[in-house]
Design a protein around this ligand. Structure first.
Ligand SMILES: Cc1cc2nc3c(=O)[nH]c(=O)nc-3n(C[C@H](O)[C@H](O)[C@H](O)COP(=O)(O)O)c2cc1C
Length: 259
């Protein structure tokens, strides 16, 4: 398929058939992931493939019981990883200086770019994918579950499998609300409302179409889409709690020091 057509046809898939992914296809997806650009070509990431049903069940629990984790045959967990590189440096009498926040960001970016390559390759082969943001909500459990050593950190997870649904494309904000010409133009309130105009209706209607979410919205008394985000989906309390856990685990994995 034409690459622009492929990118333009992307939808996250949240319902999967159990059909296994043939090794040749999985190999092609993983190969595409490793062909991604990476900082200094250091490839500071690792990809953990999970197919085993019992281990997928355990990951379903860790990932807030998102059912697609149990349905899809393959989960790919992308980790920021300096462990391999540091060991190589030490074996070659080179002293690594990669136990710091910059190195974490470099490896995290590498992992995410590799993940997106895998996602596009999978879609090109006719599979569906969905990212699991819950990877960042459960760093402690995932580090223990996968036995991640120091200098390795879970970045994101991709669910991959044959789609069992055919959802519509989800709308995006207008491009001219996102792209700036030469200099950043800070939008005023009126311009921001213009940029979000269609999203406010589309997003609200979508959330109200899920019976569980609709009940939560009605019960909570939230009045608009931005309140759904701030009061129900991504709250300050939860964000602060998860940030504290992430910082603690970054110390544990030696990307940040304790002070
Ligand atoms: C980093 C990241 C984490 C995500 N986490 C989840 C998730 O945990 N569960 C989910 O259902 N969708 C998740 N998504 C999918 C987004 O909700 C989806 O990309 C967005 O709503 C746009 O829809 P589309 O991908 O179908 O165009 C995630 C996407 C990204 C990029």
């Amino acid at each position: 398929m034409d690459p622009l057509q492929l990118l333009g046809a992307h939808r996250s898939i949240r319902s999967y058939r159990p059909d296994p992914i043939p090794d040749a296809d999985l190999d092609a997806i993983l190969h595409a992931a490793t062909r991604a650009s990476s900082s200094g070509n250091m490839q500071t990431y690792s990809i953990i493939v999970t197919k085993d049903a019992a281990r997928r069940d355990a990951l379903w629990e860790i990932h807030s019981r998102q059912d697609m984790i149990r349905q899809a045959p393959v989960l790919l967990t992308f980790c920021a990883d300096w462990n391999r590189m540091v060991k190589w440096c030490r074996a070659r009498d080179a002293e690594p200086g990669y136990d710091n926040f910059l190195s974490f960001l470099v490896a995290f970016a590498d992992a995410m770019i590799a993940a997106q390559n895998a996602a596009i390759a999978a879609e090109g082969l006719g599979y569906g994918i969905c990212y699991m943001g819950t990877t960042l909500c459960a760093p402690t459990k995932l580090i223990d579950f996968f036995g991640l050593p120091e200098r390795v950190f879970p970045a994101t997870t991709l669910v991959v499998g044959r789609p069992d649904e055919d959802p519509d494309l989800r709308a995006r904000l207008p491009i001219d609300g996102i792209v700036h010409d030469e200099r950043y133009r800070d939008p005023g309130a009126a311009r921001v409302l213009e940029v979000y105009h269609d999203r406010e209706t589309e997003g609200w209607n979508r959330y109200m179409s899920f019976p569980e979410l609709k009940a939560k919205i009605l019960e909570s008394g939230v009045k608009n889409l931005s309140q759904v985000y701030t009061q129900l989906k991504y709250t300050r309390g939860e964000n602060e709690e998860l940030s504290a856990e992430l910082l603690e685990q970054l110390v544990r994995q030696r990307f940040l020091s304790e002070e």
